[in-house]
Design a protein around this ligand. Structure first.
Ligand code: CDP
Ligand code: MG
Length: 160
């Protein structure tokens, strides 16, 4: 039940100086950062990561958002980490994302506004949706030797 999830702090999070605050939330929850790197994604790589969305109307805006600057990629490990991380990230649309979630606390824009402007939603963060996606995404973003296994104090609380 120990899982790994792929998280991206998107260019808007990096540019707004929220990397530390967001990482702090995951660390506080006892989740473990087991891989990290900064990457400036190009259009080809964006299409690989967002393959399921390439044909959708919002893809042009999404591509612009995700290639606008470097992203910080994180591999995050913990007990049922995929669902826990998604819970902490919140809903896709900042307007309706619950307070207390990363998207709900640090952004506010609506689908209605973004669509009217013809722009992508800047919602700070990506997190793997399920086990299958997490596996695919972690191998897309990280080589095996870039992932690390180590102990934290939280392991004591998980094991006993
Ligand atoms: O990121 P999440 O899994 O919550 O949402 P998604 O439906 O998989 O969409 C991926 C990303 O596309 C979102 O996080 C948004 O950045 C973007 N998007 C958008 O710009 N406009 C939409 N109408 C829907 C999604
Ligand atoms: Mg998704």
């Amino acid at each position: 039940m120990i899982e790994r999830s792929l998280v991206l702090l998107k260019p808007d999070a990096v540019q707004r100086g929220f990397m530390g605050e967001i990482i702090m939330r995951f660390e506080r929850a006892g989740l473990k950062i087991v891989g990290t790197k900064m990457v400036w994604v190009d259009k080809d790589f964006a299409k690989k990561h967002y393959a399921e969305h390439v044909e959708k109307a919002f893809y042009k805006g999404l591509e612009k958002v995700i290639t606008h600057g470097p992203v910080l990629a994180l591999a995050i490990e913990g007990v049922e980490a995929i669902a826990t991380v998604r819970k902490m990230v919140g809903g896709t649309e900042p307007k309706s994302a619950a307070p207390g979630t990363i998207r709900g606390d640090y952004a506010h824009v609506s689908y209605g506004y973004a669509d009217k402007q013809g722009i992508g939603i800047k919602n700070l963060i990506h997190a793997s949706a399920n086990t299958e996606d997490a596996k695919k995404e972690i191998s897309l973003w990280f080589k095996a030797e870039e992932m690390h296994s180590y102990k934290t104090v939280h392991d004591i609380h998980i094991l006993e």
